[in-house]
Design a protein around this ligand. Structure first.
Ligand SMILES: [Zn+2]
Length: 362
């Protein structure tokens, strides 16, 4: 399809449902870290899954779990929630095999610049390190947290402790529980107390800055159940951590379990009257990874690590499924899009990416 036709198509979609008919006033954002579009859309890669260079777990077991000659069956084995549910009821962008492109706009192709771009809408060239200090740019979550009806209605749970700086915990005004930090909001449940305590007995397999996703996931889910925030961010790390370690079988396991955790969150959302049919779930990734032998790494020096994808499901999202039309979207468009799901227009003193109009309009 020509670009002009795609544009007309997207404009038509965006006009199909007027803003006042929006059903969604709640938002859950989940990020995977450095998970390639290739595994999402093509499933496990035989170049790494077969043989022992990048794997250590039982070979018959991992092939049974993730391998099929048929690409559709293979990707469904790896990410069943994406392909059984989101592909039918939501939309999945970024299959470059079909000409549908999503890229990061920043020039660095690693995590802090990526999450800064995603949450502030501004691919700031000054944000050039994972050790960058507390973020001067205003993020969309703190913007939402100041809107009428959304005060004290936002929370973030992240496996990586750099989110304390990325979201500017000291300034942002909502709880950020990042890395191995305990949840410190009032009136903790017994489960929350247990999760706080248990995490400190885990071997620090990714170092002290990165908490395994299973802990972060249950902390986020427990908070969702008990505190009912209108907006929740849940950011995983396992895929990137195992990627850097060159453990492809563990990288696949991480993606497979992230998929199951996302399915579990969605099932919970659709079972709780506070969230059911009023919540948009948006899933994104901060950067890609390299190809061939460079799959372990990502940076501006590693081709393809700017290639990303995103998925969305919710009451206002048109069930477009896997997007098969040619197009180009960018990570810096997410922030304004997320605010748009709640009926807000996120602006900032920085020039930020335009809202993605085409996904609204069920
Ligand atoms: Zn990384």
């Amino acid at each position: 399809m020509k670009k002009s036709l795609v544009l007309l198509f997207l404009i038509a979609l965006s006009q199909a449902v007027p803003a006042q008919k929006r059903k969604s006033d709640k938002l859950v954002i989940i990020t995977l870290d450095g998970y390639r579009w290739k595994e999402l859309f093509r499933g496990a890669d035989s170049a790494y899954l077969f043989g022992s260079e990048f794997t250590s777990q039982d070979s018959a077991g991992r092939l049974k779990k993730y391998w099929d000659k048929d690409i559709n069956k293979r990707r469904k084995k790896l990410m069943p929630f994406f392909w059984n549910t989101i592909a039918k009821e939501g939309a999945i962008f970024g299959n470059r095999d079909l000409g549908n492109y999503v890229n990061v706009k920043n020039r660095y192709w690693f995590s802090y610049p990526g999450y800064n771009e995603m949450f502030t809408g501004y691919p700031d060239t000054l944000v050039n390190s994972n050790n960058y200090p507390p973020n001067p740019n205003i993020n969309v979550l703190e913007f939402i947290n100041k809107q009428p009806g959304y005060e004290q209605q936002v929370a973030a749970f992240t496996s990586w402790n750099a989110f304390n700086r990325i979201l500017n915990k000291e300034r942002c005004g909502f709880p950020v529980t990042a890395g191995y930090a305990n949840l410190t909001t009032p009136n903790l449940t017994e489960t929350q107390k247990l999760l706080n305590e248990q995490q400190h007995y885990l071997p620090k397999i990714f170092g002290g800055a990165e908490r395994p996703d299973a802990v972060t996931f249950f902390m986020a889910k427990e908070y969702l159940k008990n505190s009912h925030p209108k907006v929740l961010q849940l950011s995983f790390i396992d895929t990137d951590a195992f990627g850097h370690q060159g453990k492809y079988d563990f990288y696949l396991d991480a993606a497979h379990y992230n998929d199951a955790m996302i399915a579990d969150i969605w099932k919970y959302i659709q079972s709780d009257p506070f969230y059911k049919d009023q919540t948009t779930l948006f899933i994104a990734v901060d950067h890609g990874r390299g190809d061939d032998k460079t799959w372990r790494n990502h940076s501006a020096a590693v081709p393809h690590s700017d290639e990303i994808w995103f998925a969305v499901i919710g009451p206002d999202t048109k069930p477009l499924g896997e997007i098969k039309t040619q197009g180009q979207l960018f990570q810096y468009q997410y922030a304004k899009t997320w605010a748009g799901f709640l009926g807000f227009d996120f602006t900032s003193k920085n020039p930020i990416g335009e809202k993605i109009e085409g996904i609204l309009g069920r």
